[in-house]
Design a protein around this ligand. Sequence first.
Ligand SMILES: Nc1nc2c(ncn2[C@@H]2O[C@H](COP(=O)(O)OP(=O)(O)OP(=O)(O)O)[C@@H](O)[C@H]2O)c(=O)[nH]1
Ligand SMILES: [Mg+2]
Length: 419
Amino acid sequence: MFIDKVKIYIKAGNGGNGCTSFYTEKYVANGGPDGGDGGKGGDVIFCVDERKNSLSDFRFSQHFRAPDGENGSPKFCHGKQGEPLFVKVPRGTVIRDEESGRIIADMFDANKPVTVLYGGMGGKGNARFKSSRRQAPHFSQKGQVAEEHAVILELMTIADVGLVGYPNVGKSTLLSVISNARPKIADYHFTTLSPNLGVVSYYDRSFVVADIPGLIEGAGEGVGLGHDFLRHIDRTRLLVHVIDVSGREGRDPYEDYKKINLELRSYNDKVAHLPQIIALNMCDIAPQENIKEFRRHVRGKRIVEISAITRKGVDELIKEIARSLDELPPLEPIKYEPFDFGKTDTTDYRIDRFDDGSFGLSGGFIDEISRGVVLDDYDSFNYFQKTLKEKGVIKELKNRGAKDGDVVRILDFEFEFVE
Ligand SMILES: Nc1nc2c(ncn2[C@@H]2O[C@H](COP(=O)(O)OP(=O)(O)OP(=O)(O)O)[C@@H](O)[C@H]2O)c(=O)[nH]1
Ligand SMILES: [Mg+2]
């Protein structure tokens, strides 16, 4: 089963906790603090696996969690970092944030891994909190907890040329005679059920051609195989519109041409405006009158008469494609405003005033410092208050009308405000 769109869940590793410990040795009383730091959690990194050409592997595994950092331990031992987790995707996979729909990364370049989530920072051990006035800190910092996110992976094949047209008009046959690809060919509609890619060599150059399932009228409303496969020609530079000019199935070639263009338009503007070369196929069995009639309707377009089966006209078509590609801008990654789950802003905080007159403190800065606090430890709490003071939070509370004895709430803890 071909799968080109999936939802998966990713989570970076949590930071390991810092350790609270004191040096102990025979005959040494009251050794200093020696708790090591926790290790950083593992990152989630996406990278291209060129052997993959669909997202089918993700059908059975949707949860990707990088390992947590290890906790710190006594004797200044720092916890081990969590290893990064590599998620392998086919080239051309576009990663979006499910919640906002925004693009996080376009895996366009095979050699450019993208770090999508960063592991949580490890907590500091109590050894780090030693100062001249605080010889024996009985507290250490917890590791940062990393959140899980849902992302949508969408494969948008990277190819120079896209073959479009009705079913059974000879698109796959054409691909098989111009490239190294060996797609399934048969005399019925929807032989091709998933995109095929082929590399065409032309003198010292080569280009990639994508053959997609046939389109029919109403594909936009889901008729036939629908529009979904147009995603795989979305980023091509040029379309080859293959038409069965023989009319052997009783349709009018010019009507086919118009209907397919209409479908392209209802998919999106970009695809509708891609340069097109028209390949009138099956010229070996087509009445001359059909060809003339088609040309009468469609003037000023580039039309090449071919027979994919006998290969007549095929070289000319390749030449025409190569010439067009030379004039077109190269393939590029999608342009987008990059979205980043980001690291939480650990400098920001907010003050709320509740109905009962108490104050609330919240935000990244508050989360960050409360990780390091054992609120019922005297030392630790002093350290916490000192940090609040240094940051100007106490002053700001005063400005907002806080008086001695007012209640200040932080997460699930509260204390009395003292100037
Ligand atoms: N006479 C003749 N028959 C052709 C020519 N090109 C393809 N055919 C035949 O047309 C039938 C359909 O060819 P395919 O290449 O499978 O067509 P397709 O457009 O890929 O079809 P779908 O994948 O179903 O959309 C096959 O039986 C081919 O042998 C041609 O130039 N002349
Ligand atoms: Mg086909």
